[in-house]
Design a protein around this ligand. Structure first.
Ligand SMILES: CC(C)(COP(=O)(O)OP(=O)(O)OC[C@H]1O[C@@H](n2cnc3c(N)ncnc32)[C@H](O)[C@@H]1OP(=O)(O)O)[C@@H](O)C(=O)NCCC(=O)NCCS
Length: 179
């Protein structure tokens, strides 16, 4: 996959890293082996590209190997076709102590017409590992500007809501197991 060169704003990486520091886009043209008989790209091909591209962002922020801990969401919004160029835009939404949430937007482009389509969006959580394969702390995410600040606030809010939903579901499951 081709990876775009990034313009990274100056930041003090000893204090933490901005979203822009690790932001990345990868692209690849969809080939016959990526698709089904109707010319649509398999969902699994897109999912693999997303996991690979988003892991690059997490590793770049952490400067450690990472593992995928969770695919928080994966929405397929429109089909991609053989011959389209699929671009995977990834940037960090949230950084915890050892975990990182990467937000992903997938766009397909018909190179003949220039038409672009948003085909998927996802949020994937990675955990950084040390040499022994144990979770290891990562640098904090320091917003570089108002846009980054707003993005972090939205992600924090969403994570708080997700946590509340998980607790509610765990309680329902617990109650069901007692019946
Ligand atoms: C992900 C993994 C390393 C976590 O290990 P663990 O011993 O549960 O780690 P901890 O409980 O100390 O949690 C570490 C961090 O991961 C987060 N985490 C762990 N499991 C998670 C999950 N399922 N979803 C979201 N976050 C998770 C924790 O919230 C914590 O975040 P924080 O440090 O930012 O607060 C471990 O479960 C694992 O190795 N899973 C398999 C990964 C894998 O093989 N992926 C596919 C191939 S890459």
């Amino acid at each position: 996959m081709e990876q775009e060169k990034l313009e990274v704003p100056a930041s003090n990486t000893s204090q933490g890293r901005s979203i822009a520091y690790s932001r990345s886009t990868t692209r690849r043209m969809m080939e016959m082996l990526d698709g089904n008989l109707h010319g649509n790209v398999h969902g699994g091909v897109i999912m693999r590209m997303v996991d690979e591209a988003a892991a690059v962002v997490a590793m770049k922020h952490a400067r450690h190997p990472v593992v995928t801990a969770r695919v928080e969401r994966f929405d397929f919004l429109a089909p991609a076709y053989i011959g389209n160029v699929v671009s995977i835009h990834c940037e960090l939404n949230y950084v915890g102590r050892t975990s990182m949430e990467v937000g992903v937007e997938v766009v397909a482009e018909d190179l003949m017409t220039g038409e672009t389509r948003r085909v998927a969006s996802s949020q994937v959580i990675y955990v950084a590992l040390d040499k022994k394969g144990k979770p290891t702390p990562v640098p904090p995410l320091i917003p570089a500007d108002a846009d980054e600040q707003a993005r972090l606030e939205r992600a924090n809010l969403r994570r708080m809501r997700m946590r509340a939903i998980e607790e509610e579901l765990a309680m329902i499951q617990h109650m069901a197991s007692e019946v």
